[in-house]
Every structure is written in C-alpha cells, then in structure tokens.
Design a protein around this ligand. Structure first.
Ligand code: NAD
Ligand code: WQD
Length: 343
C-alpha cells in the first residue's frame, strides 16, 4: 500500500522535527514546509540520521498562499496537514502584536483555504494551554471556559480555534483536531534534534540547561510567593517525544475517519503539576548538575498554576505520556551538551 503523505508546516522547528521523526517511523511520507524564521535547516540532517529518511522540504512563507497552492499541485496526494508553523514568543508578541496576528492567522487562513480547495485533506492544529489562562478548576479539562488571553500570542491561538470552527461550520469537509499542548520540553533520545531557542531563552528548561552548561550565570526563578506548595509556579511539563507521538495518533484518527466530530480538541499533558523549584531539584537528580539560581519578582502575565486533565486524550486517543520527569530533563541536558559540543 502506498504511504500516506502528510504536510508538516513548521517541520524543522522544535515540535515539528520530533513529530516528523515519529511520522516517518510510523510509515508516513513527510513533506515539510518551513521558512526557517525560527529553525535551522540542519534539523533535516538530524531527522535523516534518526530515521534513515530525509523528508521532502520546501522553504517558503505560509503567508504566501500561491506557494501553498503550488505545493498541493506538486504533491496532490497530501492527506493531512499538521500546522505547527507560527511565531511563539509571548514577550515578543506583546511588543509586535501585528507581526503575530499576521503570521499566525494569515498562515492558518491560507492552510484552511487550501483545504477548501482540497476537500479530502484534514488538519491537526497546534493549540496551547494558554487558551485557558488561569483555570478556576484544576486539573483543567477541554470544557473549561476560555479566558481572556494575556498576550497577543495567546490570542492568536484562541482566534485560530474560532476561525477553524467557523470554517468547519461552513464546510464540514474540513476535519480538524486541535491539540492543546501544555509545556513541551526535552529532546529526542539520540540528541540529534532538540529545542534551539534564538538568543536568551524565555522558557524555563532551555534557560536551565544553558545555565547548567555555563552559558548563563544564573537562572531567575520568577516568584516564590504564589499560592502553591513551595510558592513557585506550577506547570505540566511533557516530553516532546510523547507529544510528537500524540500527533501520529491524531493523524491516524483523521485519515482513518475515526474522529467522532469534525472539530475535536484534546489536552496534551502528563496530568502532573510540577513547580519551578521541583524542576530544579529533579534536574539535579537526573543529571548531577546543580543549577545556580536566585528568586526574583514575579514575571508579568504568568499564570500561577495549570496542569492538564488528560483523561479525554487518554481514553479517546488511547495515548498517554510515558516518560518520567527525570528522563525528560536528562534528554534536554543531553541535547544541550551535544549541541554545544558541535557549535
Ligand atoms: P518553533 O518556533 O520551534 O517551530 C515553528 C516553526 O515554524 C519554525 O521552524 C519556524 O521557522 C516556522 N514558521 C513560523 N512562521 C512560519 C511561516 N509563516 N511560514 C513557514 N514557516 C514558519 O516552535 P515549536 O515550539 O515547535 O511550536 C510549534 C507550534 O506549537 C506553534 O504553533 C506553537 O505556537 C505551538 N505551541 C508551542 C508550545 C511550546 O511551548 N513550544 C506550546 C504550545 C503550543
Ligand atoms: C515555565 C515556568 C515561569 C523562565 C509558555 C507560554 C505558553 C506555552 C508554553 C506556547 C513559569 C518560570 C521561566 C525563567 C522562571 N507556549 N520561569 N525563570 O510561561 O508556562 O508557557 O510556553 O503556547 O503559551 O506562555 O513557560 O517555560 O516560560 O515558564 O522561573 O527564566 O518557569 O515563571 O512559571 P510558560 P515557561
């Protein structure tokens, strides 16, 4: 049987590269579109070394609709799209909101328009737990109310989900699964692909590993006066490979017509809330490296605590995050060491 072809937008990025590996391992053909605005072409080498297959790659900006239309002429057998491509830096989105609205929404609209023209193509969309803001009830389920976004980036994810729903209402052929990621961390066990933040990392784990390796002097822990067990914020940190595997499950659900509605939403997390200080302890336990840190003021816009109710994803998708926190942190550390030894 011919392999099914999947378009992975943003496929040289952090989550897209890990997902491309899992798709190839599961027998899919992958074509990646990325404009390399936040990733390196070298990720293709990593994907090839891990899987033995170099995915097809097209470098262009998804805001250019004609290029996307031409891609579907070149690959008329694309069966589904995983749309990762987006700008994702929360702080930058506050300073450059229009850049975020333009990039994240124009690229999505183009993807949906091309789906209207190619009715058999379905979509997996990268959404985020950011749509929940600070939930009233924890763990947070998919039914929790959407709170006002606390950044333009977060708002693009809320608006994106609405745009998709409205599109499906008008054209039920546009089948979509939106996956709301919690905090993806870690790297492939080979250490051949991983997270590559540009400049000073804004996210916790890259800052931790860069401090551990000596690139940064000290980690700032943003607040220890929250209403949590140790006063630091709580998140649900999920291994990126577990997250990637959930995409393969979602793709199979769509291409095998096993979806129960034309628009489905799943939380992707571990179901465990872990504080910043617990992360630092677990990192030391996992790697033997103590991270130099100081407590500083709260960071504006941070939610106090959020973690996923994963029952719906576990039961309905038959998927569950497998990795322990220590394995996950060790993989982030192995990637940092490998990457720095090469660059
Ligand atoms: P990433 O920046 O590593 O990957 C995104 C990729 O998309 C990059 O390779 C970038 O070059 C590409 N891209 C951006 N705009 C493009 C455009 N207009 N045309 C073509 N390519 C473009 O980010 P990631 O962490 O892999 O995130 C993937 C998706 O998951 C994003 O939609 C992000 O918002 C979402 N998400 C990420 C997290 C997280 O913590 N990493 C959490 C929740 C949701
Ligand atoms: C985690 C915790 C910080 C850095 C962001 C986006 C969210 C989603 C995931 C895409 C928080 C603390 C961090 C540091 C720290 N992305 N921290 N010192 O804020 O949960 O979520 O990425 O959709 O939308 O907002 O992740 O890694 O930035 O922070 O103490 O130097 O670590 O306060 O409690 P966050 P993060």
């Amino acid at each position: 049987m011919a392999k099914k072809r999947i378009l992975v937008t943003g496929g040289t990025g952090y989550i897209g590269s890990h997902t491309s590996v899992e798709l190839i391992n599961e027998g899919f053909d992958v074509v990646i579109v990325d404009n390399l605005s936040n990733s390196s072409i070298d990720m293709l080498d990593g994907i090839e070394k891990i899987t033995g297959v170099r995915p097809d790659f097209e470098q262009f900006d998804l805001c250019e609709r004609d290029k996307l239309q031409n891609l579907f002429k070149k690959y008329p057998d694309i069966e589904a799209i995983i749309h990762f491509a987006a700008s994702k830096a929360v702080g930058e989105s506050v300073e450059k909101p229009l850049l975020y609205y333009r990039n994240n929404l124009t690229s999505l609209i183009n993807v949906l328009e091309v789906m209207n023209e190619n009715p058999k193509v379905s979509l997996v969309f990268s959404s985020s737990c950011t749509v929940y803001g600070q939930p009233d009830v924890l763990p947070v389920t998919e039914e929790a109310p959407i709170k006002k976004a606390n950044s333009p980036y977060g708002n693009t994810k809320q608006i994106a989900e609405e745009i998709i729903q409205d599109t499906i209402a008008a054209n039920p052929a546009v089948k979509t699964i939106a996956l709301r990621y919690f905090n993806p961390i870690g790297a492939h066990k080979s250490a051949l692909i991983g997270e590559l933040p540009l400049g000073v990392p804004q996210n916790l784990i890259p800052f931790v590993t860069q401090t551990a390796i000596g690139l940064r002097q000290q980690l700032s822990v943003f607040g220890n006066d929250y209403n949590t067990t140790d006063g630091s914020c709580i998140r649900d940190y999920i291994h990126v490979v577990d997250l990637a595997k959930a995409h393969v499950v979602a793709i199979k659900r769509l291409v095998e017509n096993k979806n129960k509605a034309n628009f489905e939403i799943f939380n992707l997390g571990t179901g465990n809330g872990v504080s910043v200080l617990e992360i630092l302890n677990a990192f030391e336990k996992a790697t033997g490296v103590k991270v130099n840190y100081k407590i500083v003021d709260r960071r504006a816009g941070d939610v106090e605590q959020v973690w996923a109710d994963t029952r719906y994803a576990n039961d309905e998708l038959g998927w569950k995050a497998q990795s322990t926190l220590e394995e996950t942190l060790r993989s982030a550390w192995d990637w940092e060491k490998y990457y720095r030894s090469k660059n």
